[in-house]
Write a protein that binds this ligand. Structure first.
Ligand SMILES: Nc1nc2c(c(=O)[nH]1)N[C@H]1C(S)=C(S)[C@@H](COP(=O)(O)OP(=O)(O)OC[C@H]3O[C@@H](n4cnc5c(=O)[nH]c(N)nc54)[C@H](O)[C@@H]3O)O[C@H]1N2
Ligand SMILES: Nc1nc2c(c(=O)[nH]1)N[C@H]1C(S)=C(S)[C@@H](COP(=O)(O)OP(=O)(O)OC[C@H]3O[C@@H](n4cnc5c(=O)[nH]c(N)nc54)[C@H](O)[C@@H]3O)O[C@H]1N2
Ligand SMILES: [Mo]
Length: 719
């Protein structure tokens, strides 16, 4: 029996509950209730009052207290004493660490501040611990800007060029849809709270369709599954348009009033004149050959969508990120985003499309981030932007390399809210870059991650239970407030506080570095969001003006033309294809047959259900469920290679190789292997993970990574 520690006072012995928000990079942005006893978070639960959360959390975040009070939490600043990557550190005081960091950054900045690179992503989605004081600090310093493309920018740009922004259906409306097409999304694994609405719709008789190369838990539960080859979604979408056209399923009135480029353009030089003309080049047989599925499956899907729409019943698409991580990801999202307008599906609140709702939040980013400070820091130099998705190349670039845009090589990196050594593509180069002896690296972290192993200083950061923050969502339309539930664990500090102190040490005396975290939460939105309501309830729905029930029932797309832009003048002006098209993968049998002969398997690397990118990989109870890094392979591909279930395999291409266990599984289709992500390299097999084989090539739109455009070969691993 554990003995109970006597409590210092009666008031301490009563557990309290604190309202918060899940910080993770997930569309659901749940409202949390944290129970605190004697200063320790003993339970994290979903807030039952918040409709989008419904009192339910995923398995991962239900373990958030275990993660916060994890025995391996970083408790004090660390200074590296061994070689980079070896993980040898000694504790130092905050005063010593910050003084040395400030001096080093100042020395680099004295020559050219652009040699300093901040590297951050969505370890927390909070507007305050994400990009507030940190952004002000790096702007004031004149550091390189970071192009934050690693996740969603291909589809984001595609939506901007088609619908006008990251805007769409209200998520709860899916419960009333008659057809739901779940496209490039494993909702049960990565968007669990959306799945509740899908189940409600199914009970009401809705038809569910999943479009995904992998037979996911979601695909299994839909009546139809189209297991297309990775990167062929635009071909499928064009064939659906073909069928809508030839069968008379189009909503001609909606198209005429609220779209551009369907049939009314005058083209030149052999280009297709209109989307109508282009889609008529894509009969189901042609698309089926490209997608590696049966033509009848395409005809059936077109009929389900077309006939339902013509009966004035709502057809809805949940579009997600799977398809965006191939060369043609931007065009694929554009093609799919055209479908609801062609069917007039937007007329209905439960029809249309949802990819991301993040553009609907009126965030006062200028106030939070102060980009105006940049010119002061740059002192007349041109700003420079480094793409986070090719950080390997950026760190290895020599003077004169076009990646450096005429600026200096990167001399210092400050990483927060991200684990690039594990998550960025082409690990060999990322590791080599972070291992540069002349690179000065600071990592703000909860844990000693793969990236922290390459740091000169590791600084302990607070978790969501220990700091203030305020959140938007990309899957619903509520603002959430996170209040600290417990005191910082060990000597950890919020990201904001670290950058405040560095600012002071570097002589940035401007008052905006003194804003408290609570003040920053209050600055994030204007008076439209009632902060007192957030304090009292933890969440506040966006006003109807920002979250309309049927956003495009009467057109009103936030594009330059006010219409759904099948034809985009803005893309034409950039010299890009103004109409969506199928852009084949860089690495595929048709576009690179020589490569495909050597590496005949297409690999995708979607998330493992119990990890959140590389977060939670070190939480034992969750890692135990995932057990080990696995590659799913279809039986025929395994038999052709003489590979047995459970075998240790080497997955490789010209960029590198990684090791994992083989799982012969009907979840994989022939020709495609699924390397589930994203293990910490040091907790994987032989210090590797799936990003050893992924490439730094970028997408057609949005400069995003092409993680799922990746040919490999697989063989039994030697000793
Ligand atoms: N449990 C869990 N949840 C997560 C995450 C996590 O790591 N774990 N990550 C979070 C983050 S950061 C994000 S961005 C989202 C990502 O979640 P999603 O938007 O769902 O994106 P992915 O998981 O990348 O891919 C979704 C599905 O697309 C499929 N897919 C792969 N290539 C293609 C293709 O070319 N076409 C089509 N149609 N499908 C394809 C994959 O097999 C996968 O099942 O989830 C968030 N939620
Ligand atoms: N092969 C392959 N690679 C992928 C993907 C894929 O599907 N396949 N998915 C890509 C996608 S969609 C994304 S979004 C990226 C994700 O890449 P990242 O944004 O780097 O996400 P994580 O791996 O979760 O790492 C986040 C880190 O932030 C830390 N952190 C969390 N909160 C805080 C905080 O408040 N302060 C500080 N200082 N640190 C904090 C966590 O401990 C964690 O180590 O990975 C990409 N990489
Ligand atoms: Mo992501």
């Amino acid at each position: 029996m554990p003995t109970l520690t006597p409590t210092p006072s009666a008031s301490h012995s009563v557990p309290t509950t604190v309202k918060g928000a899940c910080p993770h990079d997930c569309p659901d942005t749940c409202a949390l209730l944290t129970t605190v006893h004697n200063g320790v978070a003993i339970k994290v639960a979903g807030n039952p009052d918040h409709p989008a959360t419904g009192g339910v959390l995923c398995t991962k975040v239900a373990r958030y207290a275990e993660r916060t009070h994890h025995p391996e939490r970083l408790l004090h600043p660390l200074k590296r004493v061994g070689p980079k990557g070896s993980g040898q550190f000694v504790p130092v005081s905050w005063a010593e660490a910050l003084a040395d960091i400030a001096a080093k950054l100042q020395a680099v900045a004295a020559t050219d501040p652009r040699a300093v690179l901040p590297y951050s992503y969505a370890g927390t989605m909070g507007l305050v611990q994400g990009e507030s004081i940190a952004a002000r600090f790096f702007h004031r310093l004149g550091a390189s800007l970071l192009d934050r493309t690693i996740c969603a920018s291909a589809g984001g740009e595609a939506l901007v060029h088609t619908l006008g922004g990251k805007v769409g259906m209200r998520v709860e409306q899916f419960a009333h849809s008659q057809v739901i097409v779940i496209w490039g999304s494993n909702a049960i694994g990565s968007n669990l709270h959306f799945w509740r609405h899908v189940q409600a719709a199914k009970r009401n008789g809705a038809t569910l369709v999943c479009i995904d190369p992998r037979r996911t838990e979601t695909a299994e539960k839909c009546q139809h599954h189209l297991p297309l080859l990775p990167g062929t979604d635009a071909a499928l979408a064009l064939a659906l348009m073909h069928e809508f056209t030839v069968h008379g399923w189009l909503d001609d009135d909606y198209i005429a009033r609220f779209t551009t480029g369907w049939a009314d353009l005058h083209g030149q030089n052999g280009t297709q004149r209109s989307l109508r003309e282009r889609c008529l080049l894509w009969p189901p047989e042609r698309a089926a050959a490209v997608c590696g599925i049966a033509p009848q499956a395409i005809r059936d899907l077109a009929r389900i969508m077309g006939e339902t729409a013509r009966k004035n019943q709502p057809v809805a698409i949940r579009l997600n990120y799977g398809m965006q991580r191939t060369r043609g990801g931007g065009n694929a999202v554009r093609a799919v985003a055209c479908l609801p307008a062609l069917l007039g599906a937007w007329r209905h609140p439960a029809g249309g499309l949802l990819m991301s709702s993040s553009g609907q939040f009126p965030v006062q980013r200028h106030t939070l981030q102060r980009p105006d400070l940049l010119s002061q820091g740059l002192g007349g130099r041109a700003p420079r932007t480094i793409n986070m998705s090719s950080v390997g190349d950026a760190l290895l670039a020599q003077p004169g390399d076009p990646v450096l845009q005429g600026g200096p090589p990167i001399a210092a990196v400050v990483v927060y809210n991200s684990n690039p050594v594990a998550v960025a593509p082409e690990s060999a180069k990322v590791v080599q870059g972070f291992a540069r002896p002349d690179l000065f690296t600071v990592v703000l972290e909860h844990f000693q991650t793969d990236t922290a192993d390459y740091a000169d200083y590791v600084l302990p950061a607070t978790t969501q239970l220990e700091h203030w923050d305020i959140h938007t969502s990309y899957g619903h339309t509520d603002v959430l407030l996170n209040q600290p539930a417990i005191a910082p664990v060990g000597q950890s500090k919020p990201n904001t506080q670290v950058f405040r102190e560095l600012a002071a040490l570097m002589g940035f005396a401007e008052p905006w570095f003194a804003d408290s975290d609570e003040a920053l939460c209050r600055q994030a939105f204007g008076p439209e969001i009632d902060f007192n309501q957030l304090l009292a309830h933890g969440f506040a729905p966006l006003p109807e003006a920002h979250a309309p029930l049927a956003p495009f029932a009467q057109g009103g797309f936030p594009t330059p033309s006010g219409k759904c832009e099948f034809y985009s003048h803005r893309l034409a002006d950039q010299g890009l294809d103004p109409l969506p098209n199928h852009v084949p993968n860089l690495e595929a049998a048709d576009s690179n047959p020589t490569l495909a002969r050597r590496y005949p398997l297409a690999m995708i690397s979607p998330p493992a259900r119990n990890f959140l990118n590389s977060t939670f990989v070190n939480v034992t109870s969750l890692r135990d469920i995932e057990a080990e890094p696995v590659l799913e392979m279809h039986g025929t591909d395994a038999a052709a290679r003489g590979l047995a279930e459970g075998a240790l395999v080497r997955v490789f291409n010209d960029r590198g190789s990684y090791h994992c266990a083989l799982r012969i599984s009907p979840r994989a289709r022939p020709g495609v292997v699924n390397g589930l992500g994203i293990w910490w390299r040091k907790l994987g097999v032989r210090g590797t993970n799936v990003n050893e084989v992924t490439s730094q090539a970028l997408t057609d739109l949005g400069r995003a990574p092409t993680f799922y455009d990746c040919l490999v070969q697989v063989e039994a691993a030697g000793d």
